[in-house]
Design a protein. Structure first.
Length: 187
């Protein structure tokens, strides 16, 4: 790593390639990806139905060549210039799962993969869920919604992994944050 790149004196960023959705950059000797749309932010939504069922989605992810199990998530500011973390979370929850939330709380913001991407993600807890649609995504998204009893969720996830699904590791942080705030206090 080039140690001359510091917060006080960052090296200039060079664009190596720019596609429709991603840009490959270099800063010093370090190469990384950043998004060409939105605000460089995404939200992951921790949602539990009134019946105490955790809401998961599965969809095919081309970079992995596999279907993945995730919590609902989406980009902030992609085609919505006035997006906030909360409004993006509410929109993505409805589009992907058919659930709306009376309240969304931003819990934590941080990098998704700090050595590979400039993207940051916000964990958002959705409360007071109401069914407003079918979900499944928009356009050509092929999202399957799963609502799993909270106490069974970890075992259900491991069974899906045994079937060949990829599991987003942020799932375990999301499960913990159903009952806890990031500082460990009760939710």
């Amino acid at each position: 790593m080039d140690t001359s790149d510091t917060p006080d004196t960052p090296l200039p960023t060079e664009t190596l390639y720019e596609g429709q959705w991603l840009r490959l950059c270099r800063r010093g000797k370090w190469e990384f990806a950043e998004r060409t749309h939105g605000k460089g932010m995404a939200v992951i939504i921790i949602a539990v139905t009134p019946e105490d069922r955790v809401v998961f989605v599965d969809q095919y992810r081309a970079p992995l060549g596999s279907r993945t199990i995730e919590m609902p998530a989406g980009l902030v500011g992609d085609d919505h210039a006035d997006d906030t973390l909360a409004s993006a979370a509410r929109r993505e929850l409805i589009e992907e799962t058919g659930w709306d939330a009376a309240r969304v709380d931003v819990l934590l913001v941080g990098p998704t993969s700090s050595g590979m991407s400039s993207e940051r993600i916000a964990f958002v807890r959705a409360r007071g869920l109401t069914r407003v649609g079918e979900g499944g995504g928009i356009d050509d998204e092929d999202i399957t919604v799963h609502e799993i009893p909270r106490q069974e969720a970890p075992a259900w996830l491991m069974a899906r992994q045994a079937e060949g699904y990829e599991l987003d590791l942020k799932l375990w942080a999301g499960l913990w944050m159903i009952e806890h705030n990031p500082d460990g206090s009760p939710a």
